[in-house]
Structures are given as structure tokens and as C-alpha cells.
Design a protein around this ligand. Sequence first.
Ligand code: A3P
Ligand code: MG
Ligand code: MG
Length: 379
Amino acid sequence: KREAGEIEVAEPGNKLPRPAPSLPTDPALYSGPFPYYRRPSELGCFSLDAQRQYHGDARALRYYSPPPTNGQSPNFDLRDGYPDRYQPRDEEVQERLDHLLRWLLAHRGHRLHYCKCWLAGAIVTWRGHLTKLLTTPYERQEGWQLAASRFQGTLYLSEVETPAARVQRLTRPPLLRELMYMGYKFEQYMCADKPGVSPDPSGEVNTNVAFCSVLRSRLGNHPLLFSGEVDCTNPQVPSTQPPTCYVELKTSKEMHSPGQWKSFYRHKLLKWWAQSFLPGVPNVVAGFRNPEGFVCSLKTFRTMEMFEYVRNDRDSWNPSVCMNFCAAFLSFAQNTVVEDDPRLVYLFSWEPGGPVTVSEHRDAPHAFLPPWYVEAVTQ
Ligand code: A3P
Ligand code: MG
Ligand code: MG
């Protein structure tokens, strides 16, 4: 009997054409016990500046600085500064894994040297790509495509913008653009550039700026090296050791009825959990905005307690399903991408309601490991 995602191998005398391998995504198929997930540890970090230039340090890290808890509610105007003090990142630029590869290249002689064989067995990707895998069994709206190449043993996974996502981005309604700005504006009200200082919301919001943590973990038998953007660090926590000092900031609509809360737990909290659980970020601080775009209340959600809000809801999400599906996808990808060749790309595609399918490509436009990386590592 075949298991989910296993490729059927033609037996002697079996003249049937081999079916194209695919991986089902139905939640019911992945409801086993929670798989092994190694406590994520930080290997290093890097920063991207206002011009989106890479720096191998923590210069873009900001410090969590919530308003004083003197009984007063916050009153953050998230629309302030829009659009005149907004410098959005150019989303036409497809950066793929480039910044992470640059970090890897810079550290190949140092901390990763002793574990070069470790890297050869690892999967390298962005945290955001893994988040999408975790939520796939429950996603009903947006599909995804992941390009995969094997090079010197390591499996690299890099997202490709789907045609539908591209259309959505290019026709994004003005209100949605403003809503995106508001998410970043909230960060500016909650963070300072130095520890122990109050935030300064008078400046520009520039979404080129980013601080990224590079982490090591393992899901089942899949060693992982991934990087993710971190909103800020809390200088107050007793253990200032990353990633436990990191805080994720989020905005959401103010809720007024039990039905609204239930829907929030089912849909938004799943995404928040997946994003922060992967890198081991322990707390998510939510700012709830009213219809006028003001944040008047804050609430801290502990990542490890998020599942409790939906545990008794049969129609909701389950962390085991998310992690088991992710592990199954990583096995599927490892078994599909056998040949070691940076010019060979397997494109994994998924649309809600269907299975994950694969197609094979060579060179442009899908090859994503840049010559500067391939040549430097081939030395
Ligand atoms: P909110 O999440 O508060 O809405 P992050 O929360 O991951 O740090 O991202 C910061 C902000 O970027 C988000 O704030 C949102 O405004 C914007 N953003 C991130 N991912 C997005 C996406 N897929 N679509 C639209 N906006 C996004
Ligand atoms: Mg962020
Ligand atoms: Mg955030």
C-alpha cells in the first residue's frame, strides 16, 4: 500500500504509465501525533537598510517599547503619515534566497564550518515559505509555488509568485495598500531604535528596512536552516537570548461579538501561530484597530498557548496537522529532487482543493541559485 506522497515505482511487467507524483493536503491525512521539532537556535543575523542593502549585523534590530501601563489605553493613529511618509519596498524586485545565501557565504568558514556535512543534509529556505507550508491543509484562498534545487547535497526552497498573486499585487485596491501601511506603522509606535528609549512615530515608514534572524532547527529527520524577519527584541525579558527575547507585532480588527473572536481564532491565530512557532518567538503582541484606524487596545498572545483557543473547536486548526503536513512535503521534495544540479529546478505547485503537483525546469526563468553563490561554493 502506498503512503501519501510516495512515488509509485513501475514494477516489472507493469505497463501502465507512471502517474505523476503528487501530495494530498487534506487535514484528515495528517492528524497523527505532533512530530519532533528541535528547539530553534539562532546561528546569526543580518540587516537590510533603507536602500535594501545587506549588512551582516543587527543594525536594523529594534527594541520593544510599549506605552506605559498607567491605566490609559493607547491611541495610535495608524493612518498618520500615509502616503507622504511612506517608502514602500519595490515588490517588482524578486530577491529569492539572495540575502540568505549572502549570509551563508559569509559564514561558511566560521560557525558552519564544523558542520559542513550538516549543511549538506539540510533544507535552506525562508521562514515565510515554511509558514505557508504549515497552513496549507487549512488554506482555502491562496495557492503557492515553491522552486527547489539541490546543490552540494543541500535542498534549497524558494517561493515563486503565482500568476494570480501577481495580478492581485498589481491591482491591489487603495484601501488594502493603506491597510498594509498600517501594519508597519503599528511597529513604529511600539519600537525604539535603542533600548530604554521611547518610540518616535514622527519619521518615515520605510519597508526596505528589515532585521533577519538565521535559525537552525529540525522537523522529524529534516535538518533546517531558515531565516525570518523579526519585528523587535524585548530588552526587559530576563533571558535576553534570541530567539526567546524576540516579539512579533500584529494588527487586527477590533472585535465585538463572540462570533468575531471565534473567526479570529480559527483563521488569523493559525497564521500568527505558524509564523512565530517556527523560529521560536514566544510572544505575539496584537494591536486592535477600530474602523477609524486607531489602535486603542493591546493584547499579548503566547505562541505556545494559541492552540488552546481552538482546542475544543472541531472545525478549527491543529498544530500536529500543520507540522505533519510540512514534514510530509519536505520528504516529498527530498525524494523528488534527486539530482544535484543548481540549474535544475523542480516547481511544486498547489491550489486550494487540490494536491501539490510537480514540474521540472532548467535554467531561466526558474533557476534561482545565483552564479556568484554557485561559483563561490564550487571553489
Ligand atoms: P499586520 O500583520 O499587523 O497586518 P509582519 O506582521 O509579518 O511583521 O508584517 C508586517 C506588516 O506587513 C503586516 O502587518 C502587514 O501590514 C504587512 N504584510 C505582511 N505580509 C503581508 C501580506 N502577505 N499581504 C499584505 N500585507 C502584508
Ligand atoms: Mg515583521
Ligand atoms: Mg509583525
